[in-house]
Write a protein that binds this ligand. Structure first.
Ligand SMILES: [Zn+2]
Length: 70
């Protein structure tokens, strides 16, 4: 299962983006800004986990496009 992280820094629009660390995403946050979520079968589980910490969460348009809503 892929590993996911969420950006500790919010986007300018307020949401924290979830990234798939195993997808070679070009838009990963800097290592210090990655909050490790763990491994999940799909980005949905990672988003749910991230929502325990941040109220506004969205999937990255590139590596978690199934969870990208904004
Ligand atoms: Zn990404």
């Amino acid at each position: 299962m892929p590993n996911f992280c969420v950006n500790k820094n919010a986007q300018s629009t307020g949401e924290h983006e979830v990234h798939n660390l195993d997808a070679n995403c070009s838009y990963l946050p800097d290592v210090v800004n990655r909050f490790q979520l763990g491994s999940f079968a799909t980005c949905r589980g990672a988003v749910t986990e991230a929502e325990k910490t941040y109220s506004e969460v969205d999937g990255c348009a590139y590596c978690a496009s199934d969870c990208h809503t904004k």
